[in-house]
Structures are given as structure tokens and as C-alpha cells.
Design a protein around this ligand. Sequence first.
Ligand SMILES: NC(=O)c1ccc[n+]([C@@H]2O[C@H](COP(=O)([O-])OP(=O)(O)OC[C@H]3O[C@@H](n4cnc5c(N)ncnc54)[C@H](O)[C@@H]3O)[C@@H](O)[C@H]2O)c1
Length: 314
Amino acid sequence: MLKVGLIGVGGISGAHIPAWLNLEGVELVALCDIRPEQMEKYPDIKHYTDFDDMLANEKLDILDICLPTYLHADYSIKAMEKGINVLCEKPISLKREDVKRVYDVAEKNNVKFMVAHVIRFWREYEFVKSVYESGKYGKLLSGNMKRLSAFPAWSWDNWMFDEKRSGFVPYDLHIHDLDYLVYAFGAPKDVKSFRSKKPDQDYINVTYDFGDFFVNAESSWYASPYPFTAGFRFQFEDAILSNEGQGLKIYERGGNVVSLEEAATGDTGEINLPKSGAYAEEIIYFTECVKNNKAASKVKPEELETVIDILNNL
Ligand SMILES: NC(=O)c1ccc[n+]([C@@H]2O[C@H](COP(=O)([O-])OP(=O)(O)OC[C@H]3O[C@@H](n4cnc5c(N)ncnc54)[C@H](O)[C@@H]3O)[C@@H](O)[C@H]2O)c1
């Protein structure tokens, strides 16, 4: 039984904690948050308000870091230096040099480290990657992605409103789509971006040129209470793959419209899609890497550096 601790019991921990609690072969033994009230809804798990206390009192195999962005690298390093494997929320850092710093410590201490880039585990996005790789619908011609939201007013200490701590829209929202693009298609050859940044709103519109095709992606924190919206449309030679609010649909050139479920249960056997939610899938993947002593290579340090290099120029 692997012992797991989680630090940062705020917004996103609500997706991680149930996944840990539902997973067999692991036990979520400890939570840590400087605000004790955040942990009250989990009375059966030990609570800490100080990270050093948690490290001193628990023998953890895995630490799940759901802290604000600016704490990710240092807390990952501190845990790994104690021999603990670390799964850390995105982004790894706002600074490129932290990627090497973190991975060096992982290697030196012989532990696994992975950034929880959940879109890499999201079945609709995985499906597009599999279609791109199989060539089933011909070549990819263009893509369109979006991730829109209202300005996040809910964060602890308003850390999201502080660009030095959060990195604003590029590091909070757009990183999901850019990280996916780098994962699925490699580094873009050229980037053109436009941005409207005000004290209480931030919008970016970026076109990535991959040579044979291009992808336009828009991301926002609007000042108005615009509902969270995320989706994509990819144009292949012989089909449009659209995930724009009604689940993934494949509009084939001949007129057929196929849902992801139909495509995934077809007899072609060419795709192997995750069966549970993406947050659970990333946690399952990382746990298996730890159990089987395999590198968590689905997320590569050089990809993280590519993403930071691009984000820092938007
Ligand atoms: N993968 C996703 O879909 C996704 C979604 C949202 C957020 N995130 C990422 O998750 C991270 C956290 O975001 P959030 O929205 O949950 O933030 P949040 O502000 O809601 O939660 C952060 C928590 O950390 C606690 N905290 C702060 N400093 C601490 C410390 N030193 N020790 C212990 N606890 C401390 C706060 O009290 C708070 O409860 C961010 O880096 C964000 O980019 C990822």
C-alpha cells in the first residue's frame, strides 16, 4: 500500500482527492493546508497546517502538490530530497531554469516526478492525437482551441491576481492547450500572438505554425462572469473533429457524423482511450510509474521547457 500526502487543499484538490480515495493500492494518509478549515470535510485523513510537520511525521511514498503556482518547484524539491515521489499540479514554474533544477533533484534522489498536465490524459484530446498519428482522416490542416473563463476571484490570498505568483492567463489557462499541442505535435516552428491585458482581465489569441498546419488558440480571464468554456475543432483532410460543447463529434467527409463513444467502441481497435476521468487517469498513471519503478515519461522536461519559452514571450 503506497502512502500518499496532498498539500494545498484549495480549488483543484477537489478533483485530486476523490481520485486518490477511489484508487486501490494507495492510501491518502495526510493533507496539509495553512487554512485548517479547508481540510474539515475530510475528517478521516490526518491534517497538517505546516509542511515540515507533515514531512517529519509521515512516511510518504507520493506527495501530490496542489499549491499555488509559485510554490511548486521549491515544495517539489523539498519533498524529493526526502525521497518522496512527487506529482505536481501545472505549471512546474514560471521560470525555465526550474525545470532542470527539479528534474536534477528527482534523478539525484532516485524518485519520480511528473507535472499533472491533465489534458494529456483527457480522452477527447487523446483521440485527436491518435487520429493525427494513425492518419485515419488524412493530414491535419488546421486547429482551433479555446479556454475561456471569468477572472478567478476565488483563489487563496488572491494569488491569481498577482502576475508574479500566477503568470496570469498564459500560465493558468493557455498552458493547458499549448502543453497539449507540444505533446501531440512537437514544438511549433513559429508563434504569432495578440494580447489584451488590463488589471482585471487578460485575453490572448495565439497562432502556432507547425509547418504543414497551424492552430489558433484563444484563452481568457474576462472581467465579466463569462462561463468557463473549453473546446477545440481540428480540421483533417477527411474529417472535422469537433469538441465544442456537445462531446466530441467526428464530421466525416462523406456525411457521416460519429461520436467519440462510437469511434472508441468500433472494431478498428486502433485507439486505447482512458476509461475514467482525466484527473483519475493522471493519478493512476503516476502511481503505476512509482509502483513499477518506471520513469513518468508521458510528460518530458524538454517539453516543459519549450512551453515556458513560448509562454514567456506571449
Ligand atoms: N489541472 C487543472 O485543471 C487545474 C485547475 C485549477 C488549478 N490548477 C493548478 O493548481 C494549483 C492550485 O490552484 P487552486 O485553484 O487550487 O488554488 P487555491 O488558491 O484554490 O488553492 C491553493 C491552496 O493552497 C493553500 N496554501 C497556500 N500556501 C500554502 C502553504 N505554504 N502550505 C500549505 N498550503 C498552502 C491555500 O490555503 C489554498 O487552500 C495552481 O498552480 C493551478 O495552476 C490546475
